[in-house]
Design a protein around this ligand. Structure first.
Ligand SMILES: [Zn+2]
Length: 208
């Protein structure tokens, strides 16, 4: 089930206090509206009733999709409170993420029935190519799988809007092959499967 707690929030703009409902756990099946708001990137939006000030208030939460069998734990950096403790659930895919965008991405990957470690390898390949033309930070986020292609949003530092890039499914299948060669096993605990892991796996692969 989803669990909510109520907290008093002091508006940083006008100093007035108002109550905010925080979901310490979100069940996708019971609260499809919360899933929708995560995908719309609005679930952590907060608006002051007194002065209209808006802010994003990302807080720790656990997202659980019982039907697809995955759980993602959001732990924003600098957050004080902790997400609800979940009893050990072995058969689920469990991930840890640092921000609402990563939470959204994990949901999209698992709902598409894809392997997030293989997706990170695909993203590594895309970002490596794009970095050759753009200096600085480049981040790729999975958007969707369509026909025989995967679509990614690429965020380049200093640019407001992402660029979208499609990649052949064959690249994903090659990435799965890399994982098989490395005998990569899905980690047990709330693992961080991100670009750093992809880099470690590729370094390992090169030395095989
Ligand atoms: Zn206010």
């Amino acid at each position: 089930m989803s669990t909510a707690i109520t907290k008093d929030i002091v508006c940083p703009e006008c100093g007035q206090t108002q109550k905010l409902e925080l979901y310490t756990s979100i069940n996708a099946k019971e609260n499809p509206e919360l899933r929708r708001d995560i995908l719309r990137e609005s679930v952590f939006d907060w608006e002051c009733r007194h002065c209209g000030y808006t802010a994003q208030m990302a807080y720790p939460t656990i997202y659980h999709d019982p039907e697809l069998g995955f759980m993602v734990c959001l732990r924003p950096s600098g957050a004080v409170s902790k997400p609800e403790t979940i009893p050990a659930v072995k058969e689920l895919i469990k991930r840890s993420v640092k921000n609402p965008q990563e939470l959204k991405e994990k949901i999209l990957i698992f709902e598409a029935g894809l392997d997030d470690a293989a997706i990170e390898l695909v993203k590594n390949a895309i970002v490596t190519v794009i970095r050759k033309s753009f200096d600085g930070n480049v981040h790729a986020y999975f958007c969707k799988a369509e026909e025989d292609e995967l679509k990614f949003a690429i965020f380049i530092k200093g640019r407001q809007e992402p660029i979208y890039q499609k990649t052949q499914m064959a690249v994903y299948r090659q990435s799965q092959e890399v994982l098989r060669t490395l005998d990569y096993k899905d980690p047990d605990d709330f693992a961080v499967v991100n670009s750093k892991l992809a880099q470690r796996l590729l370094d390992q692969y090169k030395s095989v």
